[in-house]
Design a protein around this ligand. Structure first.
Ligand code: ADP
Ligand code: MG
Length: 733
């Protein structure tokens, strides 16, 4: 049986009753497989005694103590228990916050094993993070003095290394360790290997069943390392098997190949007639990066397999235009193709549709805008036109792929801001055509290592340059209390004919109604967009029109307000992060982000990317809350928030910012990756384990190349894992 097939309920584990099962389910653990795959976040080697006196020299004390006395301090409900203890080296105090029950458990005069993190405070050695265990009778010397060696008891698994798990309310390390032990005793032996035997033999991996036991209760640190080595490799191997299979599937030519517009000879990279005509009409030339990307796209589309290309380019690099050029290429095929351009928000989709109408309609291209907000009649008409082939390029949100949407001949799918979409949505649109070309675009750069894992089956184009004449945005930090100076600055820009954005983390009390989170935060002194829009309009910028845009506005209203800002009739746009992606108003030169410490790096970078889109010098003000020293006062800037703002101050390059983001947050958290679910790895970390990833990828790809349908006997196990255990079922790019 594979571990993932242990789908029985937790009631099958000794020691798990109803209430414990409930608590575990809150941590996402409902089956035996989920329990056994709930890996420790850390391990503690308790075979190593550390007396109290050495509390500074080691991360934790690990000793045997005698309880001396109990004491209570504080009043009423705040009353806290304090327990005085000593070992052979020193005296110390255990401060038992919220653990009054320890009064009964730690009896004066008795001996206990103690493990804890100690510090020096109020003239004594103290701990409030500790675990204790009654020393078994006879473990102390006959004279009553405690033994010193091997201070803490062996872990439940028999070794002295104990797992440390992430806990949820109601769950303790001891309870989790105990049931984990029970589950392992009952089920570990039945767990089968998942790797093909020749691979396991080559690398000398532990059997899977051993590794599962050892990841929880390793006998030695070396054994733990061995268990991790197998489990990490295995995760990455199957991830790459899936990526590789996906690549094989893509490399299947469509049933009825289309004829491209330009004859070969250059590999199909040359511009098509319509592409030439669009470029002639533009007031500017393509940047070198844009030109390169278009050539790569054209060559792909002329090739025998459907394109699968990721187009990366920093905010403002001009990706939209590249996607329009790709759309023209698709329309020019014989038979005439259709292109669908999908954006994550209505706002952005509408902007693309308007640009497409402006740029492509003069070339005779029929454009449509499909949103979920269309009324029934408009929608029916549009869908009929789409199905009949009377529309060439359709721009929209998810509506593009809803069930009722049928295409005549969908040849190209463009996914803008791809990190905003889940993988199933991507798949849904591809299913609307016969192996259409896929172009995914992202301004949130995925660090190379990660791109390699996740988009391992895609080709990548990078636009490394920004259009000429762009000046880097000047970024300033400003305290909330000196905001007047920011306002003064913005006034000057407005007087010079420019426009400004003000962005807030919350919507606040708009007629649309605030959420409870909002209310709590507003009560905590966080400025909200709705209230600030009023204030900015009345008090700060009385001579200029100000408007408010946020996600809860009615679609038509949102459109009208954005349009007014784009035309320049509105000069100050107050918003939430709805303007984060894609919005393009080149005359705007000021981006003021309030409570900037509350935004993530990716969002800050995207927001700043809304300015600096024209020739004029642009500015970004990151306004942070006062009391920034980080001493824990409510609303103060946390250490990480400060680091983020410093990164923004020092860097303009999206790739650098993404790498910094990675350092600050860890790879599981890369902007967008968690919600799109393409990295549901357990132990593996594609950045840290890059070498292992490369090896796993090579193994997986060569295995697939030698035997694509996985029919050879030595590949049977891989086939079975894929069929029976559906690993990473959500990793289906
Ligand atoms: P992003 O890559 O962030 O999606 P956009 O496609 O929104 O960038 O382009 C940003 C702005 O740059 C738009 O106003 C667009 O018209 C303009 N632009 C695109 N390509 C060029 C170019 N080659 N030269 C000058 N401006 C360009
Ligand atoms: Mg864009």
């Amino acid at each position: 049986m594979f571990l993932r097939e242990l789908t029985g309920p937790l009631s099958g584990v000794r020691g798990v009753g109803r209430s414990l099962a409930d608590i575990l389910s809150r941590a996402g653990i409902t089956t035996i497989a989920e329990l056994l795959s709930y890996y420790p976040r850390d391990w503690e080697d308790r075979g190593f005694a550390v007396p109290l006196v050495d509390f500074r020299r080691y991360p934790a004390v690990n000793t045997v103590v005698r309880v001396l006395a109990h004491d209570w301090f504080g009043f009423g409900r705040m009353k806290t228990l304090k327990i005085y203890i000593e070992d052979e080296s020193a005296r110390a105090a255990l401060v038992c916050f919220n653990r009054p029950f320890l009064e009964k458990q730690l009896v004066a005069g008795k001996y206990y094993r103690l493990w804890g993190k100690f510090f020096y405070k109020y003239g004594e050695i103290q701990s409030s993070a500790f675990e204790t265990e009654l020393l078994p009778e006879g473990a102390a010397r006959p004279d009553g003095s405690p033994v010193r060696s091997g201070a803490f008891s062996p872990g439940a698994g028999g070794g002295s290394i104990l797992p440390v798990y992430r806990l949820t309310a109601g769950l303790s390390q001891n309870v989790l360790r105990r049931i984990m032990k029970n589950a392992l005793d009952a089920y570990a032996a039945s767990i089968d290997d998942e790797l093909p035997a020749p691979l396991a033999a080559r690398d000398g991996f532990l059997p899977r069943s051993e590794a599962v036991r050892a990841i929880h209760f390793p006998k030695t640190m070396a054994e733990l390392a061995e268990a991790r080595r197998l489990l990490i490799y295995e995760e990455l191997f199957y991830l790459e098997i899936l990526v590789g299979k996906r690549a094989l599937e893509r490399r299947r030519p469509p049933a009825s190949p289309a004829q491209g517009p330009s004859p070969g000879g250059d590999g199909g990279a040359a511009l098509s007639p319509l592409q030439e005509r669009l470029l002639e009409r533009l007031p500017f030339a393509l940047t070198a990066g844009q030109r390169g990307a278009v050539q790569e796209i054209n060559a792909d589309m002329a090739g025998q397999w459907p394109m699968a290309r990721l187009l990366q380019g920093d905010v403002g690099a001009g990706k939209t235009l590249v996607s329009f050029l790709a759309a023209l290429r698709a329309v020019e095929e014989t038979p005439r193709g259709q292109a669908a351009i999908m954006a994550p928000t209505e706002l952005l989709a509408r902007q693309h549709a308007e640009n497409a109408a402006r740029l492509l309609e003069p070339l005779g291209i029929r454009i449509a805008f499909l949103t979920g907000n269309l009324n029934a009649r408009g929608r029916a008409r549009l869908l009929a036109a789409l199905a009949a082939g009377d529309i060439d390029v359709v721009v929209g949100t998810h509506a593009l792929f809803s069930r009722g949407t049928v295409y005549r001949n969908l040849r190209l799918v463009v996914v803008d801001e791809q990190h905003r979409f889940g993988v199933t949505q991507r798949q849904a649109i591809l299913d609307k055509g016969d192996h259409p070309h896929l172009l995914m675009m992202s301004a949130t750069p995925i660090p190379r290592t990660l791109a390699f894992t996740v988009f391992g089956d895609m080709d990548v184009s990078v636009i490394p340059d920004l259009p000429p004449g762009r000046k880097p945005v000047k970024t300033h930090l400003a305290r909330e209390s000196s905001e007047e100076r920011v306002y003064d600055f913005v006034r000057k820009e407005l007087a010079a004919g420019r426009q400004a954005y003000f962005v807030y983390p919350l919507i606040g009390d708009d007629p649309a109604g605030a959420s409870q989170d909002d209310e709590a935060a507003v009560a905590g002194g966080v400025k909200a967009a709705a209230a600030m829009a009023g204030r900015l309009a009345k008090e700060v910028f009385p001579s200029w029109p100000v408007t408010l845009v946020h996600a809860r506005l009615d679609e038509e209203e949102k459109r009208a307000r954005m349009e007014a800002f784009r035309r320049g009739t509105v000069r100050v746009l107050v918003a939430t992060s709805v303007v984060e992606v894609g919005v393009d108003v080149p005359n705007a030169t000021c981006m003021v982000i309030e409570h900037a410490g509350r935004f993530g790096l990716a969002a800050l970078h995207q927001l700043r990317g809304r300015v600096g889109r024209g020739d004029a010098q642009s500015y970004c003000f990151l306004v942070y809350e006062d009391g920034e020293t980080g001493e824990g006062s409510a609303g103060a800037l946390s250490g990480d928030a400060k680091k983020r703002l410093m990164v923004m101050l020092e860097h303009n390059d999206g790739f650098v910012i993404a790498e910094e983001d990675l350092k600050l947050r860890g790879p599981g958290q890369i902007a967008g990756t968690e919600q799109s679910g393409y990295l549901s790895l357990g132990l593996a970390d594609p950045v840290r384990d890059a070498a292992c990833l490369a090896r796993a990828r090579e193994d997986a790809f060569s295995l697939l190349a030698s035997d694509p349908p996985l029919l050879l006997p030595e590949h049977q196990r891989v086939r079975e894992v894929l069929a029976r255990a559906a690993p990473f079922s959500d990793v289906s790019l």
